[in-house]
Design a protein around this ligand. Structure first.
Ligand code: CMP
Length: 139
């Protein structure tokens, strides 16, 4: 299903602030269908593995600590052109640069606590979805 699916996570501070319902509403209203979803909590090891591509970056240790600090919502979303369209819906990684009306503009606290993660390529959408979901957890 390359090209039609993307992966998202609602980050710990956004989940604990009770923004999950509002974000899922925006996702559905933008035309995405939920294919899989769960609330879970990452261990530091799991968060480190998920963000391994950023291992050499100065923010990696803080990011791993934050992403393992509380529950997150993980989901697989489906729509034509899913990766690109979802990145438009969430806005720029740094919320200071996020467009009006985007998820990050509305709900992000700062660059790290930027409300949600969204896959940056079809290849990573598959890797990230497989990280969280087995075949029997997808619909
Ligand atoms: P995310 O889309 O989850 O992917 C990597 C995360 O690293 C990013 O969102 C931010 O939460 C975090 N991060 C912290 N500092 C930076 C930075 N300088 N550049 C990019 N990402 C950063």
């Amino acid at each position: 299903m390359a090209g039609k699916q993307t992966f998202t996570m609602i980050k710990p501070s956004t989940f604990s602030a009770n923004h999950t319902g509002a974000i899922l509403k925006m996702i559905n209203e933008a035309g995405f269908t939920l294919k899989a979803m769960k609330i879970t909590k990452l261990s530091a090891e799991q968060a480190g593995a998920f963000y391994e591509v950023h291992k050499e970056r100065p923010f990696y240790a803080d990011l791993v600590q934050f992403m393992s600090s509380g529950p997150i919502v993980a989901a697989v979303l489906e729509k034509e052109n899913a990766v690109e369209d979802y990145r438009k819906l969430i806005g720029a990684t740094n919320p200071a640069n996020a467009a009006e009306g985007t998820i990050r503009k509305l709900f992000a606290i700062n660059l790290q606590e930027n409300a949600v993660h969204g896959s940056d390529s079809d290849e990573n959408a598959i890797i990230e979805s497989d990280f969280f979901f087995s075949k029997t957890e997808r619909f």
